[in-house]
Design a protein around this ligand. Structure first.
Ligand code: CA
Ligand code: CA
Ligand code: CA
Ligand code: CA
Length: 540
């Protein structure tokens, strides 16, 4: 039976446009990995570049390595604080500073990070023409559908109740704007879309979209012609899920077996007559079949799958999964850790690696979690587990949660971290005018920080002798620490903040930060060469 009440207050998702941020760590296979007692090799995480198949996928683009405080951003741009489940990240105006798109009910909001820190409401600046107003904007995916190098956006709409509506596509115009493509609705129609995921499913190289459609007639692919023009295709959807539309919520295109073909991972309610969580293995044709799939372990107590992440969490060269789940009645959350123990073979290791004790698990009586990210938050190369609060009912307060990976795929609850997102000048940029001088240095955080935890000595400078920090102010709704620097001469200045030096307003410590900036020395204007007095013309 369809359960439109699923995922109810839901609404939404998260993503960034950061090609290359996939942490496909392959530290080499460990042939001794099956002996007892459990080996605890020294972590030697060395992130490897993403495999070709994952580059440009919406999953890869979602891997932003920080945890934004969404209500604080809404407040900063003059809206009532909220934390819609529909959220995605990217640099939408191409200035090198991360931006955010939200889909609260009946709206689309783009917050642009600013050079000096903080955010402005950039919705109408970026979206030229009609601004989409999804009634049930849920998962937002970011990918370059029209191949111009600028991020495009697809908002899956899962309106809770009637009337159902269609999805929303925005394409870049190549000059920093996004344009709503109303024509998509003429081929897609209305429906109830719990999820969507984008990636190059065949060797055409075009970024296609898989759409979850719980209504009718089927889940489907939107095949891209390379220009962002799509056609609906159901023939590539495996028959078992084409004919059984029961409660599919989650989908991702990820190359789980590292064979360079994107695999389709789907999940929803696992109860009787519904669907297992499963991986349909890609073969490069773009067709997925029941003959070539692997069913993943079930989890009856938390049997509704809301999100799927896959990274090699223990650095053995095999990509594992962490599956975000809630109970069938939407109470609580659970992270199922599914290890790939040998190629395409999986085992549920949730208890030893993350949950530990079911009776005291933090998610037992909590609200649902809609999305989670496996991404390295602490800088050691191992993917941590982070939840940025998306979809949180603010009556219960904002939630930022984090679990640290020890490098071997064992997680410890930390409560989360705060992190520098961008600085002014941007890392690698320069202070101007040339030194010597006194300069503002803005450090922009993902969370409002606690001003009482901030002192000038939190920032250490190296690389230029005599450079000093003379002051600091906390500005932009506490999202920015503005340090005052005295730089006596040119060189390469490195500015660092040690882990734990600053805490945010939830008490979360910062992770270490370091940025390097070339500084030009002041060069005196050359003294003009004295012009010789003209020889007076000879007097007659
Ligand atoms: Ca930007
Ligand atoms: Ca584009
Ligand atoms: Ca694959
Ligand atoms: Ca692994």
């Amino acid at each position: 039976m369809k359960t439109l009440t699923k995922f109810i207050s839901a609404a939404f998702a998260v993503l960034i446009f950061a090609i290359g941020a996939v942490t496909a760590n392959g530290a080499g296979k460990n042939a001794e990995g099956l002996t007892t007692p459990r080996p605890r090799p020294t972590p030697a995480p060395r992130p490897t570049p993403p495999l070709t198949a994952d580059i440009g996928s919406s999953y890869s683009n979602s891997k932003v390595p920080y945890s934004l405080d969404h209500p604080a951003i809404f407040a900063a741009i003059g809206y009532p604080p909220e934390d819609p489940a529909g959220v995605a990240y990217g640099d939408f105006n191409g200035d090198g500073i991360p931006d955010v798109i939200f889909a609260p009910p009946e709206a689309t909001v783009i917050a642009l990070g600013q050079p000096g820190g903080g955010y402005i409401d950039g919705t109408t600046q970026v979206i030229s023409g009609e601004v989409p107003a999804p009634t049930g904007g849920r998962k937002i995916i970011v990918a370059d559908f029209n191949g111009d190098g600028w991020p495009d956006i697809f908002i899956a709409d899962a309106t809770d109740g009637l009337p159902l509506t269609h999805n929303w596509l925005l394409l870049s115009d190549g000059t920093g704007h996004l344009v709503y493509q109303s024509a998509l609705a003429t081929i897609e129609g209305v429906g109830f879309h719990h999820g969507a995921t984008a990636g190059a499913i065949d060797r055409s190289g075009h970024t296609d979209i898989f759409v979850v459609e719980d209504n009718n007639p089927s889940h489907y692919f939107l095949l891209n012609d390379g220009q962002g023009q799509f056609t609906v295709d159901m023939t590539r959807v495996p028959p078992s899920i084409r004919t059984n539309l029961s409660n599919m919520y989650a989908c991702e295109l990820i190359d789980v077996d590292y064979d360079n073909n994107l695999d389709l991972v789907t999940g929803g309610t696992e109860g009787p007559n519904a669907q297992p969580t499963q991986i349909f293995w890609g073969d490069g044709t773009g067709f997925y079949s029941d003959a070539n799939k692997t069913v993943l372990p079930a989890e009856p107590e938390f049997d509704a799958v809301y999100d799927i992440d896959s990274e090699d969490i223990n650095h053995d060269g095999l990509r594992d999964l962490v599956i975000t789940r809630v109970s069938d009645n939407e109470i609580g959350f659970y992270f199922q850790v599914v290890m790939q123990t040998s190629r395409r073979v999986f085992a549920d290791e949730s208890l030893p690696r993350l949950i530990h004790d079911r009776s005291t698990w933090i998610g037992n009586n909590a609200g649902p979690i809609y999305w989670m990210r496996l991404v390295d938050m602490t800088g050691d190369g191992a993917p941590d587990l982070v939840y940025d609060g998306a979809g949180t009912d603010l009556n219960h307060g904002p939630r930022q949660l984090g679990w640290a990976n020890d490098g071997n795929g064992y997680f410890t609850f930390t409560g989360g971290w705060s992190k520098v997102i961008w600085t002014t000048p941007l890392v690698g940029g320069t202070f101007s005018p040339p030194a010597p001088g006194t300069y503002s240095y803005d450090v922009n955080w993902d969370q409002p920080i606690d001003p009482a935890s901030v002192q000038p000595t939190d920032l250490t400078l190296s690389g230029i002798q005599g450079a000093t920090v003379t002051g600091v102010a906390v500005i932009h709704e506490n999202l920015t620490t503005e340090f005052t620097l005295n730089i006596p001469t040119g060189g390469r200045l490195t500015a660092s903040i040690a882990a734990g030096a600053i805490t945010d307003q939830l008490g979360q410590p910062n992770v270490t930060f370091s940025g390097s900036y070339p500084v030009s020395p002041w060069a005196p204007t050359p003294t003009p060469t004295p012009r010789p007095h003209p020889t007076p013309p000879p007097r007659p």
